[in-house]
Design a protein around this ligand. Structure first.
Ligand code: GDP
Ligand code: MG
Length: 437
């Protein structure tokens, strides 16, 4: 996936302090390719990578974060920002509030109408009314009725009337009379954009003056989705997009393209055929999906929050001089604990992380270790060499552990120091090698 690719192409960068034009070019090629793979429109992908480049250039790379990971985060944040940053709300102010569905046939309008009614019923709106304005196929009205029944929402329909403007008007009157506070109008689509359909939906929009006109689009249609969105938007100037069928293996690139091309927010996503399969659109999550990454972004964020770069440098210096002591060790444990899962995070701490990982200290091991270190005198912490047999006994007693545990920790600590020294001297000799080349 993309985050793996980014990290791979950035391996070469490790140890460099800044992201520069040369080392960013290769990666951005990868980013662009991945975006295209994810159905993002070519032009959108191009301007996107240009923007990422502008942001990434000259950025300082924390010692705690690999440049590849930082790039992933920049790309992620940029993606999320482009898709709207935060989730967009429905504005339902009318009494009744009116929601008009638009979109091609099969995009999921009828299904989404039911999902939305169901959601509103459970949330702020208690009393929605569904309106059948897909009048060309008898089966369409029937379908909406089935949907309505399954979520317990009534459906207004006029089987013999083909005048959708009249039907919608009657439905709104009925809603006012009977106290329905939101009217959701399901409409007919065509297999492709055509004049007749556009005229109908446009006149419907003008007649009912909806609070929300939503454009429903099948995310699996990829590039076509962008063109369809543009045509509907030119004609309807809709308020928001509903991206359906995101439950498949579509990568969601259409979201980015549509958002960029029509500059209208994506408000909901459909994630299945069931009435519960509706989600408010979260740009962050879609960015994750497009990047195909796990929690690497939050990992980087946590590390950036918790990790003091200066402290890390000092620590590295100490390690090089073999001055790493129990105070440092304790500080590291606290830091790791703050950051969460040690297994994932250990590798992020230069030198120390590697060593701890190799010795394989797990989360539970910390309790005893902390108790033992706390029972050491300041002198013992800075000079572990002086901890002889009688001191060990005293520490064991004071910490509520036993002599074996104290011995084990001291042995591990000694091992760790040796390993750290090895790791750091290895790194510096490698650096010398590279410098010579
Ligand atoms: P319409 O012609 O725009 O009204 O589209 P429909 O609501 O009839 O949906 C067309 C097909 O897509 C139906 O078989 C739905 O069950 C299916 N569908 C709609 N939304 C989703 C979704 O989010 N995920 C999946 N997997 N199927 C969906
Ligand atoms: Mg339909």
């Amino acid at each position: 996936n993309l985050s793996d690719r980014l990290e791979r192409s950035f391996k070469i960068l490790k140890g460099e302090g800044k992201i520069t034009e040369i080392n960013v070019a290769e990666t951005l090629k990868d980013v662009r390719r991945a975006l295209l793979d994810a159905d993002v429109n070519y032009k959108v992908a191009k301007s996107f990578t240009d923007e990422v480049k502008r942001k990434a250039m000259g950025m300082n790379v924390l010692t705690a974060v690999k440049p590849g990971q930082l790039m992933v985060k920049i790309v992620h944040d940029e993606l999320a920002g482009l898709m709207g940053g935060t989730a967009a709300e429905l504005k339902l102010e009318g009494r009744p509030a009116i929601v008009l569905m638009s979109g091609l046939q099969g995009s999921g309008k009828t299904t989404f109408s039911g999902k939305l009614a169901n959601m509103l019923k459970k949330k702020n709106r208690k009393n929605p009314l569904l309106v059948a304005c897909d009048v060309y196929r008898p089966a369409a009205i029937e379908q909406l009725k089935v949907v309505g029944e399954s979520v317990g929402v009534p459906v207004y329909s006029e089987p013999d009337n083909k005048d959708v403007v009249a039907i919608a008007g009657n439905a709104i009157r009925e809603a006012k009379a009977k106290g329905y506070d939101v009217v959701i109008i399901d409409t007919a689509g065509r297999l492709a954009v055509d004049e007749e359909m556009m005229n109908e939906i446009a006149s419907l929009k003008e007649a009912v003056n909806p609070d929300e006109t939503l454009f429903v689009v099948d995310s699996m249609t990829g590039q076509d989705a962008v063109n369809t969105a543009r045509e509907f938007n030119d004609r309807l100037d809709f308020n928001g997009v509903v991206l359906t069928k995101l439950d498949g293996d579509t990568r969601g690139g259409a979201a980015l393209s549509i958002r960029t091309v029509v500059t209208k927010p994506i408000k909901f996503v459909g994630t299945g055929e069931k009435m519960e399969a509706i989600d408010v659109f979260h740009p962050e999550r879609m960015a994750d999906r497009i990047l195909g990454m796990g929690d690497i972004v939050s990992l980087v964020e946590r590390a950036q929050e918790q990790f003091d770069e200066k402290q890390a440098r000092e620590l590295e210096k100490k390690i090089r001089k073999n001055k790493f002591d129990f105070n440092d060790f304790m500080a590291q444990i606290q830091q790791i604990k703050k950051m969460g899962n040690i297994k994932d995070l250990a590798a992020m701490i230069p030198g120390v992380g590697k060593a701890i990982k190799d010795i394989d200290i797990d989360d539970n091991a910390f309790k005893g270790i902390e108790a033992i270190i706390s029972s050491m005198t300041p002198k013992e912490r800075t000079n572990p060499e002086i901890i002889n047999q009688s001191r060990r006994m005293r520490i064991a007693k004071g910490s509520g552990t036993n002599i074996q545990e104290v011995n084990r920790l001291l042995k591990q600590f000694d091992q760790m120091r040796k390993m750290m020294k090895m790791v750091t001297s290895m790194d510096s000799s490698r650096m010398m090698q590279m410098a010579n080349m």
